[in-house]
Write a protein that binds this ligand. Structure first.
Ligand code: AQP
Length: 333
């Protein structure tokens, strides 16, 4: 195939830093499979990123398998997508270090994720937490990525990856393709059920604030019943109603209904009924994912085979970019 007709490339990753949430699902993973047919896709379990926050080793290992199984349970066919674990492809760490040297202290200091996470983990503000965006740039640029499907919280990191790529290309001539984000506008940020002005995060210690993809139906129903709304009782999408608006976003994502339709459907019916409907829609939407996950997670040998094949495939592309980078910089051999 000539360079002109080659498939475009998609890359994205999820950290195995906790049980995955409906924020990870609706904001990112659910959208991954739409690229499988027409693009060359690389989906990675980013374990190197996860250790920027302290992890319990046995849990990190378990979640790495689980995240891979969830990718597949959410519709990613291992024969059509390159599914792999970041630490299995050493070029991520190698290019990460190199890009550290082309990323400015001032740029990294402005990253809101660093500010948020260093406030949350004040006992462990390590250098990796600070340089996280340079490693993320390496992940993306290694595969000469065209499109990066992510939630809006990653937009700032993606912009930095583009800036670093342009800087490198300007110094050494064209080396990296400049990636574009793919941020779904209808589910770009799912908020916490307990504190709807904050992002829903897998590492939130308040279990009631977060709906996990693998939660049971009972847990899902209970969490939505308790979700914070407001003292009004009107189901309406509005900036001054963050709790209700978040529930409407979730309901829209699972039912495909528009915001207008949802407002009409619950006109005069109050929050109690609305929350039950959101819980039902979410539980029904996740049920097939959970069933497929249960099947996959029981077959560790298969998951290991997928990881191995994915790493070999990723390595092949990553190696090509790295040899170009090494040559341009002036490394010998
Ligand atoms: N609440 C969210 N709404 C929409 N998208 C979200 N994403 C995360 N939370 C939401 C998207 O999920 C992808 C994977 O995220 P990640 O694992 O790389 O890290 P994160 O963004 O830091 O996710 P969490 O859940 O908040 O993890 P912790 O708690 O470990 O920091 C990304 O595309 C992200 O945009």
């Amino acid at each position: 195939m000539s360079e002109m007709t080659e498939k475009k490339t998609v890359f994205s990753g999820v950290q195995p830093s906790g049980n995955l949430t409906i924020g990870n699902y609706l904001g990112a993973i659910k959208n991954f499979s739409r690229f499988s047919e027409e693009y060359k896709t690389f989906y990675c379990v980013v374990d190197l990123h996860a250790i920027t926050v302290r992890q319990v080793p046995a849990e990190l290992r378990r979640r790495t398998y689980e995240t891979l199984a969830l990718y597949m349970a959410c519709g990613l066919d291992a024969d059509k997508n390159t599914l792999f674990v970041q630490s299995h492809v050493p070029q991520h760490a190698e290019l990460g270090w190199i890009l550290d040297c082309y990323t400015m202290f001032g740029e990294l200091s402005r990253m809101t994720q660093f500010k948020d996470k260093s406030a949350k983990h004040s006992q462990n503000i390590n250098a990796g937490l600070f340089t996280y965006p340079a490693l993320m740039a390496a992940d993306i640029l290694l595969y000469q990525t065209d499109i990066v499907p992510v939630g809006i919280d990653q937009k700032q990191h993606l912009e930095l990856a583009r800036d670093v790529a342009m800087r490198f290309n300007q110094i050494y001539s064209d080396t990296f393709r400049i990636p574009e984000g793919y941020i779904p506008t209808d589910t770009m940020k799912i908020m916490s059920l307990a504190e709807p002005t904050a992002k829903m995060s897998k590492s939130d210690p308040n279990q009631n604030a977060v709906v996990y993809i693998l939660d049971s139906k009972d847990d899902i129903m209970r969490k939505f019943k308790r979700a914070v709304t407001d003292s009004d009782s009107v189901v309406r999408y509005s900036e001054d109603k963050p709790g209700v608006s978040n529930l409407m976003t979730i309901y829209r994502a699972f039912t495909g209904k528009s915001l207008d339709e949802i407002e009409r459907e619950f006109d005069g019916r109050g929050y109690g009924e609305f929350k039950l409907a959101v819980g039902e829609a979410c539980a029904d939407g996740l049920a097939p994912v959970r069933a497929e996950f249960d099947r996959l997670i029981a077959d560790k040998a298969y998951l290991e085979a997928v990881m191995k094949k994915g790493a070999e495939d990723a390595y092949h592309t990553a190696r090509k970019t790295m040899s170009k980078v090494r040559r341009k910089i002036g490394f010998v051999g």
